[in-house]
Design a binder for this molecule. Structure first.
Ligand code: NDP
Length: 452
């Protein structure tokens, strides 16, 4: 029998790779994990976690005005970008160290450096080679920048966390999760923000009521939008005073936006460059690693999880895929995770969250058997704080038994509320189950159980 250096070699210490390596080691496997950057991956180092801290930071600008309605006289403070940026980086480094210590505690060997394949069982990291019985690829994704004139002047979300100066005038190209979240962050921190999108509304693929209500809320906050632009006409040029973004609007008229910084939030792609998958014979389809339900590639001993497989590119999904792999292969408890009904949130301002089907998809699948319950209201907080921010809640059901297909929300704490409510869908619940649930009063979430 061939002797390998490791039972399992994991490439990439992001959320998925960390979860899989620790759980596999806990089942007794000899595990190594290679990481070419900081341990933690996109979510911890330059994604979800630093982003959420910046979302919190951006909320404070509203407080003095809102508090005034409640009798507090709070002078408008002064925002210091360098202080926030450095505090966020200190927290990122703390989390990075924490994840390294979790690996040590779980007896997973950390190998620092960029790993690539030599052959189906051999990995090279720098000048060292390792063999493994099984290999798990968990290399994540990277920002994708379209091929536009002057695109080199645009930063990606990764650089946003490290900007040397706070941009007074800021633009985002793209209307997805990242662009919409950063538009809100930068506006809250005091920048003049413009979002440039090629559809009528942001967040393509989300329920129409999420798309329109989030955009309407952002416009009310003072964010500028250029919609339906011709993305082929986009270009960026640099001059002494900053950057000029040029494009043709929906009517073909040339437009320009002057900014100090522009974020290209135009999607992400699997991070497969220099991995030499061809030397391991691993199949790639549409620029992502092709995997079966159990995350196995076409090579039965090589598995892939997370964003490099381009299934559902969310941290909790990568973690679930990593744990399912470890449980199945080393824990002898076969687990298959479902990629349906995955709740997700956009930490935009207003915040949005969703689980299950959008109204459009539900109607496509079930036609006129679909019924929609919807409400839009001004949350109680604003009765004294002022402002006309609205909350939108929507329940999509099907058939006589009114089985819940989708839940949609825009408004304060939407992510926290939908996380709890998503149980209704996982358990195959019906509208009557919501109706039979007693409300907590006064809350916004009570609308989910009181709507008629
Ligand atoms: P998305 O795929 O969500 O959005 C990309 C946006 O860029 C779309 O609006 C798209 O327009 C636009 N776009 C693409 N190409 C061009 C172009 N050439 N010119 C102009 N616009 C263009 O990507 P993101 O980068 O926002 O996010 C990547 C992934 O990260 C998400 O899919 C998500 O999985 C994950 N993520 C999740 C978060 C969360 O859970 N809160 C937060 C951040 C990221 P169009 O719609 O017209 O195609």
């Amino acid at each position: 029998m061939t002797k390998f250096d490791y039972d399992l070699f994991v490439i990439g210490a992001g959320s998925g790779g960390l979860a899989a390596s620790k759980l596999s080691a806990s089942y007794g496997a000899k595990v190594a994990i290679a990481e070419g950057d900081l341990v933690g991956g996109t979510c911890v180092i330059s994604g979800c976690l630093p982003k959420k801290l910046m979302v919190y930071a951006s909320h404070f600008s509203h407080f003095p005005q809102e508090a005034a309605g409640y009798g507090w006289e709070i002078p408008q403070g002064k925002f210091n970008w360098q202080k926030l940026r450095d505090a966020v980086q200190t927290e990122v480094k703390r989390l990075n160290q924490l994840h390294i210590s979790f690996l040590e505690k779980n007896h997973v060997e950390l190998i620092s450096g960029f790993a690539s394949f030599v052959d189906p069982h051999t990995i090279v990291v720098g000048d060292r080679q390792f063999t493994a019985e099984r290999i798990l690829i968990a290399v994540g994704g990277e920002a994708f920048k379209p091929n536009l004139k002057g695109i080199e002047y645009a930063v990606t979300s990764k650089e946003m966390f490290l900007l040397p100066q706070f941009p007074r005038r800021f633009a985002v190209i793209g209307g997805g999760y990242i662009g919409t979240e950063f538009a809100g962050i930068m506006h809250g921190l005091g920048a003049e923000v413009t979002q440039i999108i090629r559809d009528r509304f942001i967040l393509r693929g989300f329920d129409e009521d999420i798309r329109t209500n989030v955009q309407e809320g952002m416009v009310n906050h003072g964010i500028n939008f250029h919609t339906c632009i011709d993305s082929n006409s986009l270009s960026i040029s640099q001059h002494e005073q900053g950057l000029t973004i040029s494009f043709n609007d929906g009517e073909g008229k040339p437009q320009t936006v002057e900014v100090d910084e522009v974020l290209a939030a135009t999607g992400r792609k699997p991070n497969l460059t220099n991995l030499h998958l061809e030397l391991a014979g691993v199949e790639v389809v549409n620029k992502a690693i092709a995997v079966k339900e159990d995350s196995a590639t076409n090579q039965p001993h090589i598995f892939a999880i997370g964003d490099c497989t381009d299934r559902v590119n969310l941290t909790p999904v990568a973690i679930a895929e990593g744990r399912a792999f470890a449980d199945t292969v080393y824990g002898h408890k076969p687990q298959y995770i479902s990629h349906n009904n995955i709740p997700s949130a956009v930490f935009s301002q207003p915040e949005a969250a969703t689980v299950g089907l959008s109204e459009f998809t539900a109607r496509e699948l079930y036609g006129n058997r679909v019924k929609v319950y919807k409400t839009k209201f001004r949350p109680m907080f604003h009765s004294l704080a002022g402002g006309d921010a609205k909350t939108m809640i929507k329940i999509i059901v099907v058939g006589e038994e009114e089985r819940v297909l989708g839940l949609q929300m825009v408004g304060k704490d939407a992510a926290e509320i939908i996380q709890g409510m998503s149980l209704v869908i996982t358990m195959g619940g019906c509208k009557k189950d919501l109706d039979n649930t007693m409300a907590i009063h006064p809350t916004s979430a009570e609308e989910f159980v009181t709507m008629i």
